[in-house]
Design a protein around this ligand. Sequence first.
Ligand code: GRF
Length: 202
Amino acid sequence: MKTDGTQKQIAVFASGNGSNAENIIRYFNGDDGRSDTGRGARVALVVCNRPEAPVIDRARRLGVPVRVVTRALFNDPAAMSAMLDEFAVDAVVLAGFLLMVPAFMTARYAGRMINIHPSLLPKFGGKGMYGRHVHEAVVAAGETETGITVHLVSDTCDGGDIIFRATTPVNPADTPADVEAKVHALERAHFPAAIDRWLGRL
Ligand code: GRF
């Protein structure tokens, strides 16, 4: 792993379970079994808006600092700028983060902030489409495939440029829980490496 001044500092924003945050931390730590010598980034900070969220312990166990924010703090430009400066954050990854990102932050990280959405956007995106709701809608619509979409964060909910997609079949007998498990498997397999490739292009 690079340790000089060119190593990029990532902040992961997460609200809940944090399986993606953990995978990303492990990948960039090189302790996920997929380590190589070229990783030019590390997770410097996890930001969470729910004090009881499992992601907090997951990150702390892996030695990553966590900041728990209220909605008010998250929307305070001075407070958030100070926090992101403290950790010299170059790029932001939203991984199951449920607050809207304020305009000052999308402007500060224009082209340097991405989100993962658990469907093939633009399908099943937008307001109210998060977590299990997405997979229930996919099953109800009789879709034959779904997947994950990694996209730049803009001021339009789920609307920024797409940088990566991966798909998985949906079978007629699949329940929303089955679809969710398939989507989590895609996230595990692809999201950290997709972040790595994207960071390499910044
Ligand atoms: C993931 O399915 C992600 O795609 C979506 O929210 C879920 C978060 O899961 N944005 P976890 O908290 O990373 O386990």
